[in-house]
Design a protein around this ligand. Structure first.
Ligand SMILES: [Zn+2]
Length: 90
C-alpha cells in the first residue's frame, strides 16, 4: 500500500546523509534537526552500524519505510544520541 502522489511530488535529488542524520539527530528525509525541534516526533526508520536512523513520524517515515510509524523500535533518547554523536568525533 503505497500512495504514489505523495511521493512523486516530493522526490528530489537527495544528498548523502549528513553526520547528524547518521547519528539520529536529524530527519533522514527532510533534514529537520531534532536538537532544534521543540517537540520532535521521530521514529526509527533504518540502521547504520550500531546507530539508528530517524525520520519524522508521518510523511517522512512513510517515505523511508512505507509506514508512517517507521520500524517497530523505540529511538534512543535525544541526549544519548547527542552523546554518541560527539563520541564519534564530529
Ligand atoms: Zn522529516
Amino acid at each position: 500500500m503505497y500512495s504514489q502522489d505523495s511521493i512523486s511530488g516530493r522526490r528530489r535529488d537527495r544528498p548523502e546523509p549528513t553526520a547528524e542524520m547518521l547519528s539520529g539527530l536529524a530527519c533522514l528525509i527532510c533534514g529537520t534537526d531534532y536538537r532544534n525541534a521543540p517537540d520532535p516526533e521521530a521514529v526509527v526508520v533504518s540502521h547504520r552500524d550500531d546507530g539508528q536512523l530517524l525520520a519524522c513520524h508521518g510523511t517522512c517515515a512513510r517515505m523511508a519505510t512505507g509506514s508512517v510509524d517507521g520500524l517497530d523500535e523505540t529511538p534512543l533518547p535525544l541526549d544519548e544520541r547527542i552523546r554518541r554523536h560527539r563520541a564519534d568525533g564530529f
